[in-house]
Design a protein around this ligand. Structure first.
Ligand code: PMP
Ligand code: GLN
Length: 381
């Protein structure tokens, strides 16, 4: 049987492909973004306790009340956003399912989704699965600034959603207040909704994260997505959530119930415990990652790359053009065998195959000694 036409360009994700190459060549894997240390003990112990005390059957469709309450508390504590936990929040299988269910809930063929390139890969796949059309705005190395005219031109009478991701994967960009205000203004003008992926909300290094839902007139047209994976270094657990106006969350829930129904109960209880950790946990985590960023940025610059210093996330984008690279996709596929380091070509996050021909994304969410070894190997280039 043949894969449906609209998914044929998606094949196997770049993360799977590059992680397999990294494993084959025993490379330092700075490709797929996952930490190599465990998250807080409160998280791990809460999951074990939940399993040991028999919390192992179907959780409620919308999520365990403990996690819904923790998400609502978190939004109030960090951003002053009020979330009614019984109607305005939904727990999902990671941010990935939240993105999928949201796009599938609202987009039909003919609808347009405004999004920024480079984009996180699942956005494009889900827009294609929904049969909708991408209208992309390119963020260009090294500052990845939003071009107002290009953004304006991407909107039309068919715009249904704007897909935003700040802090942004893969660039590490944190959208500025002016950029957020512009996006909000255009969304309001076109009566579009904003779906904002804030999984790196606690990894904004330069200034505090600003959810677009807090801008005037935006709470009523924004769905905010986050997940426990990044903040608590548990990317394999896949506990995410979406918050926003009750009717929109109910629509997402209608789709979500037939994708997976519920989400691993013990992991929900663990994420709830972790979200309630004191502020110090979150700020210390951010500061630790900032130090790792600096280590890798310096190493890449020392190896001859042009580096865009990221303001957030797990990732740094570096230009290999000064090293003579003209095809980052081919280069990334050679790199594990050649020097024992894995990275992701940024090209795969673009619609235009000629965009970002020499850019690579490196992850710095690794132990310092692993980063140092990666830097040592990169210096061989
Ligand atoms: N959105 C972005 C921007 C991501 O980088 C990731 C994963 N790295 C996800 C969503 C997926 O999150 P989850 O693992 O919670 O599904
Ligand atoms: N989000 C992770 C990254 O950008 C990868 C997640 C995945 O493998 N699908 O590296």
């Amino acid at each position: 049987m043949e894969l449906v036409q609209r998914m044929q360009r998606h094949g196997t994700t770049i993360f799977t492909e590059i992680s397999a190459l990294a494993a084959r060549h025993d490379a330092v894997n700075l490709g797929q973004g996952f930490p190599d240390t465990d998250g807080p003990s409160e998280l791990i112990e809460a999951a074990k306790r939940a399993i040991d005390t028999g919390q192992n059957q179907y959780p409620p469709l919308s999520g365990r009340p403990e996690l819904l309450a923790a998400v609502a508390d978190h939004q109030r504590r960090w951003y002053g956003i009020d979330v009614d936990l019984s109607t305005e929040a939904l727990v999902t299988v990671g941010a990935t399912e939240a993105i999928a269910a949201t796009i599938l809930a609202f987009c039909s063929p003919g609808d347009e989704v405004v999004m920024f390139e480079p984009y996180y890969d699942s956005y494009a796949a889900m827009v294609d699965l929904a049969g909708a059309t991408r209208r992309t705005v390119v963020l260009r190395f090294p500052d990845f600034a939003v071009d107002e005219a290009a953004l304006r031109a991407a909107f039309s009478a068919r715009t249904k959603l704007v897909l935003l991701n700040s802090p942004h994967n893969p660039t590490g960009k944190v959208f500025t207040d002016a950029e957020l205000a512009l996006i909000a203004r255009l969304a309001r003008e076109h009566d579009a909704w904003v779906v904002t992926d804030e999984v790196y909300e606690h990894l904004a290094f330069a200034r505090p994260h600003c959810p677009i839902a807090t801008l005037p007139g935006m709470a009523e047209r924004t769905l905010t997505i986050s997940s426990a994976g990044k903040t608590f270094s548990a990317t394999g657990w896949k506990v995410g959530w979406v918050t926003g106006p009750a009717a929109a969350v109910a629509a997402v829930r209608t789709v979500k119930q037939f994708l997976t129904f519920g989400v691993g109960g013990p992991f929900q209880l663990a994420a709830a415990a972790a979200l309630c950790l004191p502020d110090d946990y979150f700020t210390a985590f951010r500061d630790r990652l900032r130090g790792k960023r600096d280590l890798l940025v310096d190493g890449l610059a020392g190896a001859g790359f042009d580096v865009a210093v990221p303001e957030g996330t797990y990732f740094v984008v570096a230009d290999a053009a000064p090293l003579g690279v003209t095809d980052a996709s081919a280069f990334a596929r050679e790199l594990p065998a050649r020097i024992g380091v894995a990275a992701i070509p940024v090209q795969v996050f673009h619609d235009d195959p000629d965009a970002a021909p020499s850019l690579l994304r490196f992850a710095f969410c690794k132990r310092d000694e692993v980063l140092r070894e990666g830097v040592r190997r990169l210096a061989r280039l």
